[in-house]
Design a binder for this molecule. Structure first.
Ligand code: SF4
Length: 337
């Protein structure tokens, strides 16, 4: 289904400018923006993937990953195609680096159907907008999110946070949690390996943190590219200072994907980054590797009590009271429980 896009303006003749993300693409008639899913059709910007989904699954909420947001529950997860970044190491490149021409037969699922499915599914907390970058299916996300809230359920966006401030402001009240993929703490890295920019992402992370919406961050550690101790420390110090030491940090192990062929991240590098991050942040986890109980479980930062045990997606909540506080010392750890 094609639908007129939000956040666009006329730009002379039949050209349009998309104002949704910081690329602010100037698009001629018949052409698409950098994300490949927003097209100028006779002088009007349209979103080509409204209701067109590449995946609909019920996942553990931990898979997003979100570790401090309704642990052990499930969430209906939807994704489409397209992305406003072009990461050389993308793990979902088959859907993210595609246009509707590559997927002419995507199945249609409209907001009402999805919101009803999320509400009716037992033990399900709501909908996660994920798999590809949800900013590029913004209209579908906000329409669905409103209906999900109407039904008393939650919304989660798993995003690169490369979005313009106005569109983010409209999105924030509709979202209950974000997981932001912070690729590196280096403009050169963003320019070279993602085709985007770090500065807007930093500003948006600060806006999200200030809003009080639950925030977790994922950082894929790629050897030689973003694991230099000096840069890594700078990133985690910035998160602790500007966003808060309670922001949950997932350090994910890289494996060769798409256009990136350098060997996978050594486990020793992951552990070294874990130690550095743990000096600044209260909750750090390692992903894409088995890790140890220390790096995958949740521990009370005050008294050391074991709160949540994880084995893959098997979750055992052992040390939380029913308000999400440590059952030993009362420290608030998981407000969304
Ligand atoms: S959302 Fe797409 S079309 Fe719009 S500015 Fe970003 S990349 Fe360009």
């Amino acid at each position: 289904m094609k639908k007129e896009a939000m956040y666009s303006e006329k730009a002379g003749a039949d050209n349009v400018r998309c104002l949704l993300c910081p690329h602010r693409c100037l698009i001629k008639p018949g052409n698409r923006g950098i994300c490949r899913v927003r097209k100028n059709v006779n002088g009007t910007l349209v979103t080509e993937t409204y209701g067109k989904l590449s995946a609909v699954h019920i996942d553990p909420v931990e898979k997003k990953p979100l570790y401090h947001f309704y642990p052990g529950r499930t969430i209906l997860s939807i994704g489409s195609i397209g992305c406003n970044m072009h990461c050389d190491f993308c793990q979902n490149w088959d859907i993210s680096q595609s246009s509707p021409d590559d997927f002419p037969n995507l199945k249609e699922h409209l907001p009402e159907e999805l919101a009803n499915a999320a509400a009716e599914s037992k033990d399900n907390i709501g909908i996660a907008y994920t798999y590809n970058e949800p900013v590029v299916f913004y209209e579908m996300m906000v329409d669905t999110a409103r209906l999900v809230h109407d039904r008393g359920k939650k919304n989660v966006a798993v995003t690169n946070a490369f979005i313009e401030p106005d569109s983010l402001q409209e999105l924030i009240p509709l979202m209950d949690a974000f997981n932001v993929d912070l690729k590196a703490f280096d403009e050169e890295f963003y320019r070279k390996y993602t085709g985007a920019r770090l500065e807007p992402v930093k500003k948006n992370l600060a806006t999200m943190a200030r809003s009080g919406t639950h925030l977790e961050i994922t950082n894929l550690i790629i050897p030689g590219l973003n694991d230099q101790p000096e840069k890594f420390r700078k990133m985690v110090k910035w998160i602790a200072t500007e966003l808060g030491e309670e922001v949950v940090m997932h350090l994910s192990r890289y494996f060769p994907q798409y256009k990136m062929h350098i060997p996978s991240t050594p486990e020793e590098t992951m552990l070294a980054c874990y130690e550095m991050a743990s000096e600044e942040l209260k909750y750090v986890y390692l992903g894409n590797m088995a890790g140890t109980p220390r790096t995958r479980n949740t521990w009370c930062p005050e008294c050391g009590n074991l709160l949540i045990e994880r084995a893959g997606y098997h979750i055992r909540i052992s040390g939380l009271d029913d308000r999400g506080n440590c059952s030993k010392c009362g420290t608030k750890v998981i407000p969304h429980h």
